[in-house]
Design a protein around this ligand. Sequence first.
Ligand code: GLP
Length: 232
Amino acid sequence: MKIEIVADAAKGCALGARLFVEKSTANPAAPLGLATGATMRGVYAELVAKGFRPRCEDVFLLDEYLGLPSGSPESFEYEIRTRFCEPLHYTGRVHVPGAGKYSGDDGPRKFEEELLRSGPIGVQLLGIGTNGHIAFNEPGSPADSLTRVVRLADETREANAQHFPPDSEIPTQAVSQGLATINRALSLVLLAFGAAKKEALVSALTEDNPIHPLRSLLGHCDLTIITDIELP
Ligand code: GLP
């Protein structure tokens, strides 16, 4: 594991984007692993500023809410289409767990099969929730978890309410890649900025407790954590 301490989120997003470009350029046909959330917006804006053009034919999202109307602006698919695909002129396939051909009871299994068929993912971007969730693997998620339907923690729903119009019903469920799924990517780049993420990051790095989802990824052979948080 490599930890890169940066001065602030802007510098961290620039470094994250640089690593993402380097790793995808070294392995241009490998599918890309995309994350969502406010942190990732800075990374995607950097990719746009650099004029990056993905050359792969498949990108995979980490997770998606269940129960949103198709095309909803609050969906992660919409976020990726508008902040990654359109501005980077990416016209390949976009695989979204729980959506389209991956919806229904069989969807998570089909998503895993597609990942195994076209993967491994070359570089996977990751954020972390204030309660330590990775993708939508909430605290306590097993290290061997695969793509599945998950129930969202109240803290996660509260934190993500900022991305929904006021008084909206925040989904209670999602489909998320599992921790074992994420671990199969060749490179992992995790970004965590600001005081709100401190407790989640520091406890995952310092407490030997499998409740922290990030613990399952710490043994990955190419994990980079980019943060502006002072670590003990
Ligand atoms: C969501 C996503 C996660 C992301 C997290 C942090 O819940 N499922 O993949 O890491 O939010 O998001 P933010 O960057 O907005 O803090």
